[in-house]
Write a protein that binds this ligand. Structure first.
Ligand SMILES: C[S@@+](CC[C@H](N)C(=O)[O-])C[C@H]1O[C@@H](n2cnc3c(N)ncnc32)[C@H](O)[C@@H]1O
Length: 365
């Protein structure tokens, strides 16, 4: 009996010991788990507190931006007022030439006459330009990025100069799609004159105003062949538009459209002619404008001629205008149109050039 009690007590002690050991181990595991939880809790807390800083910094930046925007908004009306003021000033300054009686007469005569043509074209400006009025736009064919024509105002001045000076024998480089030729040839219809207008149609082909001279010559060979084969629908769009426009204006007998590359093609075009009018508006870069001038000089009437330039804000064209003046012993006369037309002239009534300046609407904004 006593033996049995001893054995039971022993077993109870062993079980108690085993339980104690297992509880100790479980406690250890729980402690380790708790420590890991605490650690990740600390990390989370740390990372949240980092985010919190970040959010605070972003909030601050946003509020700075808001303040800046508010101050810009406060500024804006002031600046806007100044811009509006300058614009009004510019328009007031331009009001005198824009209401010049001769300018109004020219617009009244030519706007309706040209409307069937301009209605088919896209009026265009370069970026950041503003048109003063409807006469202050250039044009391009609706389905071509380039070339651009002169402005209607510039065309009216050409028309006026040719008619007022009774000029009769003209050459222009280049046609593009006919706009400048329409203004010159409608004036030559009045004087009983004739105009040759030539182009290589390279700008419409490239839809750019920079191109290589070899590519220009090759293009001329290609399209001249098409013309010989009478494949009219394959001809450049600009040439087709010019021919149709001349018919619309009933000046087909006054203007002759030719496919040619300047300068090498010019002697064939001008063979035996004496010119009293030349318009230089072909390639605007490198030596090309000077080469265009050189190609025309031998054909100018030595006593009386008017050579006009377009875009003398371009360095290469400005050089060509000075070159022409130096070669002919004259001085360039600049008219401040949108694209800066310039006359190099001899024996021409200077009051007509002066009048062009007086009818020109200048851009100040
Ligand atoms: C600015 S556009 C002429 C615009 C036109 N005078 C008008 O105001 O309606 C210039 C033209 O010069 C032509 N061109 C450029 N280089 C040429 C060259 N070497 N020979 C012939 N034409 C050329 C281009 O094909 C383009 O059509």
């Amino acid at each position: 009996m006593q033996e049995t009690a001893t054995i039971l007590a022993l077993i109870a002690s062993v079980v108690a010991l085993a339980l104690a050991i297992s509880n100790h181990r479980r406690g250890k595991r729980l402690k380790a788990g708790l420590a890991a939880l605490n650690e990740s809790n600390d990390q989370l807390r740390a990372s949240f507190s980092g985010r919190g800083d970040h959010v605070a910094a972003t909030d601050e930046r946003l509020s700075q931006i808001e303040q800046r925007l508010t101050s810009l908004e406060d500024w804006r009306p002031g600046w806007q007022r100044q811009i509006d003021h300058l614009r009004t000033e510019a328009q007031n300054l331009a009001m005198l030439p824009s209401l010049h009686p001769r300018r109004l007469e020219l617009a009244e005569e030519l706007r309706p006459r040209f409307a069937p043509i301009t209605d088919k074209l896209e009026p265009v400006l370069f970026p950041n330009q503003l048109a003063f009025d409807e006469l202050d736009w250039m044009y391009r064919l609706r389905d071509r990025k380039f070339p651009y024509s002169l402005t209607f105002e510039e065309g009216m001045l050409f028309h006026f100069l040719v008619a007022a000076n009774g000029l009769k024998s003209g050459y222009e480089i280049a046609t593009a799609f006919g706009m400048s030729s329409f203004f010159i040839a409608t004036a030559m219809q009045k004087t009983g004159g004739h105009l040759i207008s030539a182009d290589a149609y390279i700008e419409e082909e490239m839809e750019d105003f920079l191109y290589d001279h070899e590519a220009t010559k090759a293009h001329v060979d290609k399209i001249a062949d098409l013309q010989k084969q009478k494949r009219h629908s394959k001809l450049p769009r600009g040439l087709q538009f010019a021919i149709e426009g001349a018919m619309e204006l009933q000046i087909e007998s006054v203007v002759d459209y030719r496919i040619a590359c300047s300068p090498e093609g010019v002697p064939d075009l001008l063979d035996g002619r004496v010119l009293d009018f030349a318009f230089i508006d072909g390639g605007h870069f490198g030596e090309q404008p000077i080469l265009d001038v050189k190609s025309v000089l031998p054909y100018l009437d030595q006593d009386r001629f008017l050579m006009m330039f377009h875009d003398t804000q371009c360095e290469a064209v400005a050089r060509a205008a000075h070159f022409a003046a130096a070669e002919t012993g004259t001085r360039p006369f600049s008219i401040h149109t949108r694209n800066r037309i310039t006359a190099v002239a001899r024996g021409i009534d200077e009051s007509t050039l002066q009048l062009c300046r007086e009818m020109t609407v200048r851009q100040f904004v």
